[in-house]
Design a binder for this molecule. Structure first.
Ligand code: ATP
Ligand code: MG
Length: 572
């Protein structure tokens, strides 16, 4: 991507800090950020915010951004996640500096630094187990107690630490801890664990190590090794900063500057990889790429574009205080993008057959339809019209309420790009359900205008029955039925708020014939129904599957609901 020009740059407190640093020469004018995911799951929309911020800053300031895998937890991490993360970052439109970096590449250096801390009397091997350590830790209001192993000699610590590394002790029997301050009001400073014993195979280092550095001991030093200037992280790390600074100072190494910002929260959504993994494992969704998931994979399969995602991240901005963004902001970013680029088409999601009784059996008309009113360069297409067509069941009412401008017995309506038709009869089955309509058309209204100047108030979409291609259509609603998925009665969890109607499957949907040639990933606006894309996973030659990416802002259903029977605003 091109770096954005000065005037178009977003403004926020992080950019102000960087401007100030550049003015004072704090980092010698360098801007070097990083995006540091743990490869223990797929990236979600919250990560997209961090990606756009870190890579965006590097582009804007002519700096660099590293992709670094914070892979210190071998039991939860996997190569599968590494690859998906790389793909997702690239899909969003960003490229990292050099090769991806790995915290695991720094294990030898981190080990040497741990030895350095031991020699300086700043770290010790502790034999307390997890339970005992918790007891010694104290609380927010009560200071902690020193470990009985805190005053071991440097020699003994060096010996024990070397034997921990050599695999002499079982998991969880010993740790290496920093010697900071058990009475600190900041719990992170109460002799935090630097290393734990874990006989587990790491996705990159294999069985080379049976002690692993903790995240807090690894993160800041990794930033230092990579000479990151601005280490940007979310607010919950603010009270870890004194510890990171302590390590840097005790080790006497390069000091990155940590800046915290508010993480993204969205209504109707959860942002925790642990919980997303639960949704996948418990099969509440079909996988990490289920189009209802707010993973980058899921959003992508749903039909989100990288442009819409980046525009969303720009719209929400960066702040120092936590807040929750309305899901509508995300949906609107997609609508605005697809409105400009999605080709229009007609599809009848819930078909009702209409026979045009004064139209000849074998006659076919080729009508001209505009591909995208927002983009004249993609021109027009031909839509076949014949004696039998489908319209939406919703577009007919036997007893139309006041203000219903669509089809009803004796009423005239415009078929988009085609003719005016008038309903002459509603055919019913034994149960009294309308199964078919009989209509007449006015040949003089070809193209949708009457030469006598007579007006109709409704325009509806349609598809010729014998020409239609057929598709499966998947309509999505929020995965959770409440804006805050955690809003549950005591004793329950977010699972109680899973929306049972988040997926609706429509089969054998008649769509315009040209859509038979649509390719996986192609995007369309189905007139009056929203934006749809061809599913990349379940579509195959001869099998068309569409995902609804997002409904239209002014969808009829919503308007009707909002107006509750009041006359509808006239649609142009
Ligand atoms: P989760 O809590 O979803 O598991 P995480 O923070 O554990 O996320 P990491 O892989 O450690 O996941 O995150 C990589 C980077 O993405 C971190 O710098 C983190 O701050 C950032 N990040 C994660 N979630 C969000 C979010 N909701 N909003 C903004 N940034 C986020
Ligand atoms: Mg994390």
């Amino acid at each position: 991507m091109e770096s954005t020009n000065e005037a178009a740059r977003p403004r926020d407190f992080i950019r102000e800090i960087i401007d100030e640093d550049n003015r004072t020469g704090k980092h010698a004018g360098r801007v070097h950020t990083r995006f540091p995911p743990e490869p223990n799951g797929y990236l979600h929309i919250g990560h997209a915010k961090s990606i756009c911020l870190n890579f965006g800053l590097a582009l804007e300031f002519g700096g660099k951004c590293n992709l670094r895998f914070d892979d210190t937890n071998p039991t939860k991490e996997d190569e599968e996640y590494v690859q998906s993360i790389e793909e997702d970052v690239r899909w969003l439109g960003f490229e990292w500096n050099e090769q991806p970096f790995y915290a695991s590449d720094y294990f030898p250096q981190l080990y040497d630094w741990a030895v350095q801390l031991i020699k300086a009397g700043k770290a010790y091997v502790c034999d307390l187990n997890a339970e005992e350590m918790r007891e010694h830790r104290g609380t927010l209001t009560a200071p902690g107690k020193n470990s009985p192993f805190r005053d071991r000699s440097v020699e003994e610590n060096l010996d024990l630490f070397a034997r921990m590394k050599a695999g002499e002790f079982p998991d969880g029997t010993r740790t290496l801890r920093a010697k900071v301050d058990m009475a600190s009001p900041n719990l992170n400073m109460r002799d935090p664990v630097l290393y734990r014993i874990l006989h587990a195979t790491h996705h990159r280092t294999g069985d080379q190590w049976c002690i692993y550095p903790m995240y807090d001991y690894t993160h800041g030093q990794s930033d230092s090794i990579e000479r990151i200037t601005h280490s940007i992280c979310t607010l919950e790390f603010e009270n870890h900063r004194p510890l990171y600074d302590w390590f840097i100072k005790e080790l006497g190494i390069y000091a990155p500057q940590q800046i915290e910002f508010a993480r993204l929260n969205l209504t109707y959504a959860m942002m925790s990889k642990r919980r997303l993994l639960e949704l996948v494992r418990e099969k509440h969704v079909s996988g990490w790429d289920d189009p209802r998931m707010l993973t980058i994979r899921g959003l992508r399969r749903r039909g989100y574009t990288p442009e819409a995602m980046r525009s969303f991240c720009e719209r929400i901005g960066v702040a120092k205080f936590n807040s929750t963004i309305d899901m509508l902001v995300l949906e609107n970013a997609l609508r605005d993008d697809l409105n400009k680029r999605a080709q229009r088409a007609m599809a009848v999601l819930r078909p009702l057959k209409v026979v045009i009784t004064n139209y000849l059996e074998d006659q076919v008309d080729e009508l001209e339809a505009i591909n995208n009113p927002e983009d004249p360069t993609i021109g027009t297409r031909k839509v076949p019209f014949a004696r039998e067509i489908y319209i939406e069941q919703d577009d007919f009412r036997e007893d139309p309420p006041k203000g219903f401008y669509r089809l009803a017995p004796g009423k005239e309506v415009r078929l988009r790009y085609a003719y005016f038709i008038t309903c002459t009869e509603a055919v019913k089955d034994a149960a009294g359900n309308v199964t078919e309509l009989r209509c007449t058309y006015d040949p003089a209204t070809r193209g949708g205008n009457a030469p006598d100047g007579r007006k109709v108030q409704g325009t509806i979409h349609w598809v010729s029955a014998k020409h239609a291609a057929r598709a499966e259509v998947r309509l999505y609603d929020h995965l959770f039925s409440k804006p805050d998925p955690d809003d549950v009665p005591a004793g329950q969890d977010y699972r109680a708020n899973l929306n049972p109607n988040s997926l609706e499957l429509l089969s054998n949907v008649p769509v315009e014939p040209f859509l038979a040639n649509a390719k996986p990933g192609d995007r369309f606006q189905f007139e009056r129904q929203g934006y749809f894309c061809v599913d990349t996973k379940d579509s195959a030659p001869g099998k068309l599957v569409f995902n609804r990416s997002v409904s239209l802002k002014d969808s009829w259903a919503k308007q009707e609901k909002a107006q509750q029977g009041k006359p509808q605003a006239k649609k142009k």
